[in-house]
Write a protein that binds this ligand. Structure first.
Ligand code: NAD
Length: 244
């Protein structure tokens, strides 16, 4: 029960990794708000974790502000909402780039911007962003996604530097291939999608896909007071895919 008495907001909590994080934080005692554009999904997960659902579009600063306000004193922000559109870069369009940047990068700016002032005042806060190993090694077929995730890592480091004096930590997790609707959606692309998943699986040292709960366990550590001296870090949860 490392998170007893803490209030946490998990963005994109209606599916995959976000759902597992919401469940793990709740299991460790946190009061959890599940924020998602998929309101029905958020309500379902909130019911499962005995938490609260929020309609949240991370691309919209006002929506992020309203979510943070609805929580009250927010102790833990998990920037998890994110997406990808598979395609080799030359076949992608500026519309796709802007959509990915809006959700994966500006979405993290919006929620962090909304959450920080009260955390600074409270002299306590935990900000955790779900980046990706793609942001560190670059992923074939996900060039813009990789760029957004690299941006998230750099952004968390800068936030960590600016906010250590306020008792606020900021870290990232870089998952490898995790079995969620986002990754398994690559199968819609037929043989090439299957190949992408297989290439990712075989790029891990462990030779398998990860499970959302394995990311959630790392998340719970980084937002807990077991990690009081950890900030600006990027923790790979990727079966050894991203090790240097
Ligand atoms: N699955 C993987 O292999 C993998 C690997 C590395 C990183 N990640 C990252 O983990 C995070 C979660 O991914 P996942 O695999 O669980 O995906 P997912 O598609 O299962 O879940 C993503 C959730 O984000 C929500 N969302 C999308 N746009 C939103 C918006 N504008 N505002 C609020 N919510 C929004 C969706 O409704 C969905 O519930 C993402 O940031 C993703 O980039 C995933």
């Amino acid at each position: 029960m490392r998170l007893e008495g803490r209030k946490a907001l998990v963005t994109g909590g209606a599916s995959g990794i976000g759902t597992a994080i919401a469940a793990r934080l709740a299991a460790e005692g946190a009061e959890v708000w599940v924020g998602d554009i998929d309101v029905e999904g958020a309500e379902r997960v909130a019911g499962e974790v005995n938490g609260h659902a929020l309609e949240l579009d991370v691309t919209d600063l006002e929506s992020a502000r309203a979510a943070v306000e609805a929580v009250g004193t927010l102790d833990i922000l998990v920037n998890n909402a994110g997406t990808d559109e598979f395609g080799f870069f030359t076949y992608t369009s500026p519309e796709q780039w802007h959509r990915l940047i809006g959700i994966n990068l500006i979405g993290v700016f919006n929620c962090t911007h909304a959450a920080l002032p009260a955390m600074q005042e409270a002299k306590y806060g935990r900000i955790l962003s779900i980046s990706s190993e793609a942001g560190r090694v670059g992923s074939k077929g996900s060039a813009v996604y990789s760029a957004t995730k690299g941006g998230v890592v750099a952004f968390m480091k800068a936030i960590a530097r600016e906010n250590a004096r306020y008792g606020v930590t900021a870290n990232s997790i870089a998952p490898g291939p995790i079995e969620t609707p986002l990754l398994m959606g690559a199968k819609e692309f037929g043989e090439i999608g299957e190949k992408v998943i297989e290439t990712m699986r075989s790029s891990t040292q462990m030779g398998r896909l990860g499970q959302p709960e394995e990311v959630a366990a790392a998340a719970a550590f980084l937002v807990s007071d077991d990690a009081t001296y950890v900030t600006g870090e990027t923790l790979g949860v990727s079966g050894g895919l991203g090790m240097v």
